[in-house]
Design a protein around this ligand. Structure first.
Ligand SMILES: [Zn+2]
Length: 399
């Protein structure tokens, strides 16, 4: 089982040198010029050429060996319950396993798999606050899990949202998993949540778990939640024409998940590009679910969309990093000064047909992960889950 991750003690300075390629996470400039990243006390301070940067006094030096560094991946849609255990698949260590797939931040779309989950209003609020606190206090493998996402039920009033916000809850679970299924009542919940700074997601498509229902395009449009949750269905998708209509008529985030319909995933991504709004596309797994947990789910989505929707890999990585960070107001997900020093080091998998990391992804292969860092701390070395990377970074020094 994953243990509570070590925290940095005292001032730290990280220097990552000999980087082959820096993926920024930002669509407007997905590849950065440079071979070195410096971070101090868990935050990025400089990116550029080694000779131009102040690299003195490093407490950790990572020799990247020509590998690619990207922001740690963000899974925009997960269903955690208790620490690193998921009752849905009765599996322990699933979050740590995702760390080995390059994921450094996860966002809860509701702690819906808790056995006996309370559906009364005081109970659902208590669960959300407990989940927020628990994952804030305990980070499996070091992964940042933003949890405490209440599933809204009929009978909630605005003061409930005020109370949740004041208690530190910043997210709603997917609307549609509870008793709120109509567009008008969903819109009211979204409005109340927004008034108190709580971000909302709507379940899109057919029922996923018992008790959830169909949320069709008209309900999604009327609700106007911040995130069009799993636009490609979780698991059953709306008709392709309706999904395209949602992309066109809504200005909200287009969330595409691993556990949804892959054909519609490709259609939604293509539609977003056609509409010139790639900045709205964010990626999730929707795991754990009936399909299991997917430690490589985000990397698989990147490879799927790059290879089959024909989108350059450096742009698809932004869907899994900077886009999500911007839409969800997170300080990770981008390689720029001031951001969290959360990194995934990747290289082309051994024996891929692609000559470079980006080409291998565009050919549909997932990359090999060689190291993952969160807040400037090494959380894992060569991944136990990806195919082996051709080159991997190593810690070579520091004091
Ligand atoms: Zn979900």
């Amino acid at each position: 089982m994953a243990h509570d991750a070590p925290q940095a003690t005292g001032p730290s300075k990280l220097v990552i040198r000999n980087i082959g390629l820096i993926l920024s996470g930002a669509l407007e400039k997905p590849i950065l010029d440079g071979d070195t990243i410096v971070a101090e006390n868990g935050k990025i301070t400089a990116i550029g050429r080694f000779k131009d940067l102040n690299t003195e006094g490093a407490t950790t030096i990572v020799e990247a060996n020509g590998t690619t560094v990207a922001p740690g991946l963000i899974d925009s849609h997960v269903h955690p319950v208790a620490g690193d255990w998921t009752p849905r698949q009765n599996q322990i260590g699933w979050i740590d396993s995702n760390l080995h797939g390059g994921v450094t931040t996860m966002i809860s779309a509701g702690e819906v798999h808790l056995p006996g989950r309370p559906k009364d209003i005081v109970g659902l609020k208590a669960l959300a606050i407990t989940a927020q606190r628990a994952f804030d206090n305990f980070r499996p493998g070091g992964v940042k899990v933003l949890a405490g996402a209440p599933v809204v039920e009929k009978g909630m009033v605005e003061s409930d949202f005020k109370e949740l916000a004041e208690a530190g809850v910043g997210l709603l679970g997917e609307i549609g998993l509870g008793s709120v299924k109509g567009g008008t009542e969903a819109a009211t919940m979204v409005k109340w949540a927004r008034a108190h700074g709580i971000q909302s997601t709507i379940h899109t498509g057919g029922p996923s778990i018992p008790g959830s229902g169909l949320i069709d395009k008209d309900v999604v449009l009327e609700a106007d939640a911040d995130i069009i949750g799993h636009i490609n269905g979780g698991h059953t998708a709306l008709p392709e024409a309706h999904v395209c209509e949602l992309c066109e008529k809504s200005s909200r985030a287009i969330e595409i998940v691993h556990n949804g319909n892959e054909r519609i995933a490709i259609a939604a991504a293509k539609m977003a590009l056609q509409l010139k709004c790639p900045h709205r596309v964010i990626l999730g797994t929707d795991g754990p679910a009936g399909s299991g947990v997917q430690p490589l789910g985000i990397l698989r989505m990147v490879a799927l969309l790059s290879s089959l929707a024909n989108i350059p890999a450096e742009l698809v990585f932004c869907f899994a990093t900077g886009n999500t960070a911007r839409i969800r107001h997170l300080n990770c997900g981008l390689i720029e000064a001031g951001r969290d020093a959360d990194f995934v080091f990747m290289d082309r998998a051994q024996h891929t047909a692609g000559r470079t990391l980006l080409e291998s992804v565009q050919l549909g292969d997932i990359p090999g992960v060689g190291m993952v860092m969160i807040d400037g701390i090494v959380r894992c070395g060569r991944s136990r889950n990806t195919p082996p990377a051709t080159e991997i970074p190593v810690v070579v020094g520091g004091h």
